[in-house]
Design a protein around this ligand. Sequence first.
Ligand code: HEC
Length: 149
Amino acid sequence: MVSRFTLLASLILLASVPLALAHKGATGVVKERMDLMKRQKDDMKVIGLMAKGRTPFDAGKAAEAARDIEITAKNIHELFPEGTLGHPSEAKAAIWTKWDTFTDDADALGASAKALAAALDNGAPDWKTDFQAVTDACKTCHKSFRAKK
Ligand code: HEC
C-alpha cells in the first residue's frame, strides 16, 4: 500500500527533475558561465560556512576563495556575448540593453571580493561586513539580469 507520504514524496521528486535536468542542456558559452557561477557559489559556501561558525575559521582558506571570486569575476564580461539567451539560460535580455550596468555589476563583484580578501589577509575583525558586500554584489546583478526560476 502506498502511503500518502510516499505519494507526496514521489510527486515532489518528480517535480524537481525538470529543474535538475534543465541546465544539462547548456552548451558552449552558456555552460561555461553557468560553471563559473557554480564555482563562485562554491567559493561563497566555503566562506559562508565559516561566517556562520559551521566550519572552523581559516583566514587563508577564506581569502583564497575570495580571490577566486575576484579572478573569475573578470571573465564574466566575455561569457555573455550578445543574444545568448533562451532555454536553458536564465540570462535576461536586459544584459545587452543595459550592458554598462551589467559590466559595472561584474566589476563591483570583483572589487568587493578583492576587499574581502584584503580584510582576511589583514586579520580585520569586521571581515563579515566585507563578506556581506560580496553577497550583495551577487544579488544586485541577479535581481536585474537573471530570470527567476
Ligand atoms: C554581473 C552579473 C552577475 C554577478 C555579479 C553574479 N552573477 Fe550569478 N548569474 C548571472 C546571470 C546572468 C546568470 C544566468 C546565466 C545563464 O543562465 O545563462 C547567473 C547564474 C548564476 C547561477 C546559476 C548557474 C547555473 O547553473 O545555471 C549561480 C549559482 C550564480 N549565478 C551564483 C552567483 C554568485 C554566488 C555570485 C557572486 C559571488 C554571482 N552569481 C554573481 C549574473 C551574475
